[in-house]
Ligand binder design. Sequence first.
Ligand SMILES: Cc1cc2nc3c(=O)[nH]c(=O)nc-3n(C[C@H](O)[C@H](O)[C@H](O)COP(=O)(O)OP(=O)(O)OC[C@H]3O[C@@H](n4cnc5c(N)ncnc54)[C@H](O)[C@@H]3O)c2cc1C
Length: 245
Amino acid sequence: MPGSLLSAKLVKTEQLSANTLQLSFELVQDERASFNFIAGQFVQLQFEIDGELHKRSYSIANSPDDFKATGQLQVALSLVSGGIASELFQKASPGTELNIAGPFGVLTLPETFPGQLILVGTGTGIAPYRSMIPQLKTLSDKGTAVTVLKGFRYREESIYSEDFTQLPNLKYRTCLSRESTVNTANYEYAGHVQDQFDALYLNPENDVVYLCGNPSMIDDCVILLRDRGLSPRQIKREKYVYSGH
Ligand SMILES: Cc1cc2nc3c(=O)[nH]c(=O)nc-3n(C[C@H](O)[C@H](O)[C@H](O)COP(=O)(O)OP(=O)(O)OC[C@H]3O[C@@H](n4cnc5c(N)ncnc54)[C@H](O)[C@@H]3O)c2cc1C
């Protein structure tokens, strides 16, 4: 049920890059069956520090099928200096208990698309698309042109590359805004994600663009996409805003 509050515990922390952690949470056994999510949704982690309740939202990074098979929910957390959740999860040991609310969000896929599907994510904003991989595979196998554009400053910040490069029918690009050289054989392109829009020959009649992550990137992309004739219903977004929880 959307908005349920479930008891969970941290079971694993993995370092995806110098500033990104992947956290795996297990739901309490008898609550697992009642938790259903659609790829692209997010959860809210709720935890107390010194008696104060904190709530932070994170996109689910694994697919619903993977959750059913393992009982674990994965999220990718981009560490921010002095951040409350960032500091907690850098130190948290397996077994740490917390509550998870959700699932929330509408950054989800329909079964068919009339045109191209372009998925744009900066930093951990790529996580919801990783959750969608089984659906993306089905869509691209049925002929939908799917492009994933990932944006990072530096090569070593990039995460989840191998998850996307294994999908043969999907076009995949990592845009590196601060590297002086790039290797296109390794799917790398210089600049920002939005610099790739021209190369996609967007059709304003029926292409759909998903945007996830940094709020300024999303605002910049929306302006460019509207200039190219895409209507609001062709642009879906999830902004990782970080205040006011
Ligand atoms: C719908 C939604 C989904 C989200 N999904 C994800 C996700 O999948 N992965 C993820 O890593 N984050 C995600 N976020 C952001 C996440 O919820 C937290 O805001 C983030 O992890 C920072 O939490 P914190 O407690 O470590 O920092 P806080 O204690 O909240 O922040 C401390 C200070 O750090 C600075 N700060 C915080 N975040 C940033 C930032 N991103 N960039 C620059 N400065 C910052 C600010 O100055 C802030 O005052 C999502 C947010 C939303 C709304």
